[in-house]
Design a protein around this ligand. Sequence first.
Ligand code: PMP
Length: 306
Amino acid sequence: SDSKSSLIWFNGEHVPEHQATVSVLSHALHYGTSVFEGIRAYKTHKGTAVFRLQDHIQRLFDSAKIYRLKQPYTQEQVEEAIRENLRVNGFESAYIRPLIFAGNVGLGVGSAQGKNCEVMVASMQWGAYLGEEALEQGIDVCVSSWNRVAPNTLPSGAKAGGNYLSSQLINEESHRHGYAEGLALDVNGLLSEGSGENVFLVKKGKLYTPPLSAGILPGITRDTIAHLAKRLDLEVVEQNIAREALYLADEVFMCGTAAEITPVRSVDRQQVGAGKCGPVTKQLQTAFFGLFNGETEDSEGWLDFI
Ligand code: PMP
């Protein structure tokens, strides 16, 4: 990723990155007081479109509401800031990172309460998160020794900066052991999600994915896949999934804004299905990327043209 040359929208203005600076006493830096989004804009057959912009900004504002973080902008203003930031940077496709965080409001743990947060939007060029080859060949993943957060410890439904300490433990451990990514179990030992992706299993033509109660982020790509599956007459079952189901699945794939739809070819060095991108995963990938090349009808109005 490279954001060096791009303009960043910071508290209402598009400024060069070196001007978008914060205090070392920023509350967020010390206590993790931040919520954010990861959004993609695609170059489509009809021009650049942000994918499910309103849904991402709704989740951003929901995350802020959960933590009672105040900030001065409306959802529409943040959405327009994003479109504008892509235009001023001249990006045809991009990864977009809006962030709401508590700045230098004092070092008391409660100092951010009732005060306005800082708001920024950065855009950058960013290719396939787990590599272009991963999208075709699939990746090798492990089940992490780290569990996801308990639902009454940190709410996984909020996309908060602090949650990504858990993600870093899962991701770093997987890399150290030679895997591309880690899958975590929840506090009950049931399948949860990856460090930055939701997960689906395919068994006998049906799709299975863990429920929100398994400590997952309710992913927008996960929701997109549920919609696309329905159109393809594929059943999606949201239910608790035991670890061993990963080894016995016909197909496993991970999904997220950054990871898009990435097949999993092995889990804990056990080959999954044929050890490559399976037919259902391929069908969903084609339907997903078809939204941007015009082969899949945008019947839900997910494309937000800039
Ligand atoms: N889970 C976690 C922990 C994530 O960070 C992400 C990426 N935002 C996802 C799931 C997938 O969510 P989405 O499809 O909305 O990007």
